[in-house]
Design a protein around this ligand. Structure first.
Ligand SMILES: Nc1nc2c(c(=O)[nH]1)N[C@H]1C(S)=C(S)[C@@H](COP(=O)(O)O)O[C@H]1N2
Ligand SMILES: [Mo]
Length: 409
């Protein structure tokens, strides 16, 4: 069975909890049922919208493997991103297309007293489930706005999303296995496999201190229901505050090791310049790099986009979202004069430090002409956003102040 078949059907077990009602229609959803396009604000920015199983039409970045972005308007509809609109990113064309949750095992191996091979039931029985709202953002989100442009998928701003995750702390599971002295990192892998012997496997690694901290969660539910297949069913690792590359989907093996893992997706890909700004001058190559880690402060206006027209002297409301890596957003401000003056916005409901934080404010454009409408946020550590984009060769961790060109008439 293959998701590229017209009659693609997920394994029935996928629909046993909560999704039974939608199973029939999803199971036979043709891939190209509703194709239309959305245009992003950069060269080659026209995207086809396609409906994959369990997903509403999303912006197609690549088809093999699927990389789908969330249309930006979704972020204006609430702080939680609906499961069927949540972005999808894979690296290897051999991503899993059929999973029997009843047969799935999570193995804990390596430097542990007791290696484990847990069924989902056994995993869930290890402790009390915990819940956290957290942003999953791809390190390459907004890469398409890099200037000068960089290699790689030209992503807009839709490779991010915010969801309520339910699972069991990774440290609880590691506690049951008993981590031995000398442990340095844990490697994380899911069910994807390389196509050719030479293709690097998608394996990520985190330091043992992070693995044993309160943050990382082995999650089986997303917004109160099964994780959608393409987002990592039946379990995925959630590391609040860290970039999405560590949030390994279809999680199947955690190996405790006594050294720094040097697989391709740690040693060569997903790295940033190893300096304070994590940047280099455009077009140059950094001397030293380090693995990408925590999210940076970002903020967006979600109810207006570049090129829109508004009326002078009329008050309109602006709204949007902001987030950081978990110290929490302390302020959001807007400017309509290219950043000379800033006006504070009101923060919305607090869903926790790792969540999107909604904000709103009233804006009265005064003078007809072009307005540069900007938004910037700060977190509780006082960290903000750079006015001008900091460049790195991978186009990672983009977080400069967003600017919309609005026509005031
Ligand atoms: N098994 C597996 N997990 C993976 C990946 C992958 O290719 N395979 N990609 C990672 C990257 S880079 C990102 S950004 C997130 C995307 O999560 P999503 O597809 O659920 O939105 O998954 C991560 N987990
Ligand atoms: Mo990513």
């Amino acid at each position: 069975m293959n998701v590229y078949d017209k009659n693609f059907k997920f394994h029935r077990r996928l629909f046993l909890s909560g999704m039974a009602a939608t199973a029939a229609s999803l199971a036979f959803a043709p891939l190209r049922s509703q194709a239309y396009t959305e245009t992003l604000d950069f060269g080659n920015g026209t995207r086809e919208l396609l409906a994959y199983p369990q997903k509403r039409p999303l912006m197609l970045i690549t088809a093999r493997p699927p990389h789908l972005e969330t249309p930006f308007s979704v972020f204006n509809e609430g702080a939680l991103t609906p499961n069927d609109a949540f972005f999808v990113r894979y690296h290897l064309p051999n991503f899993p297309t059929s999973i029997d949750a009843g047969q799935h095992r999570l193995k804990i191996t390596g430097l542990v007293n007791k290696p484990l091979s847990l069924s989902l039931q056994e995993l869930k029985a290890l402790g009390e489930p915990v819940e956290i709202v957290a942003v999953n953002q791809c390190a390459g989100n907004s890469r398409g706005f890099s200037s000068p442009r960089v290699f790689g998928a030209q992503l807009g701003n839709g490779s991010m999303g915010n969801a309520r995750w339910t699972g069991i702390p990774l440290k609880t599971v590691l506690g049951h296995a008993g981590v031995r002295g000398g442990a340095k990192q844990v490697t994380l892998r899911g069910l994807d496999r390389p196509v050719l012997p030479g293709t690097p496997e998608f394996v990520k690694a985190i330091d043992i201190d992070l693995a044993l901290s309160a943050g990382p969660l082995i999650a089986w539910a997303m917004n109160g229901t099964d994780i959608p297949f393409l987002n990592g069913y039946p379990i995925k690792l959630v590391i609040p505050g860290y970039f999405g590359s560590y949030w390994v989907k279809h999680l199947s093996e955690i190996n405790v090791i006594d050294h720094e893992f040097d697989g391709y997706f740690m040693k060569s890909a997903y790295r940033l310049p190893d300096n304070d700004c994590q940047c280099v001058s455009a077009g140059t190559i950094p001397d030293k790099t380090r693995p990408i880690a925590q999210l940076k402060v970002r903020s967006f206006i979600t109810n207006l986009h570049s090129g829109e027209t508004v009326r002078a002297g009329h008050t309109i409301s602006l709204q949007g979202i902001a987030f950081d890596s978990g110290s929490g957003i302390s302020s959001v401000e807007i400017s309509d004069d290219g950043g000379q003056h800033w006006q504070a916005a009101r923060l919305g409901k607090d869903l926790g430090n790792y969540s999107f934080r909604e904000w709103c404010t009233a804006w009265k454009p005064q003078t007809p002409g072009k307005a540069e409408l900007q938004v910037r946020a700060r977190n509780r550590l006082g960290e903000g956003q750079p006015a001008v984009s900091l460049w790195n060769p991978g186009g990672y961790a983009h977080n400069s102040i967003e600017t919309l060109s609005i026509l005031v008439v």
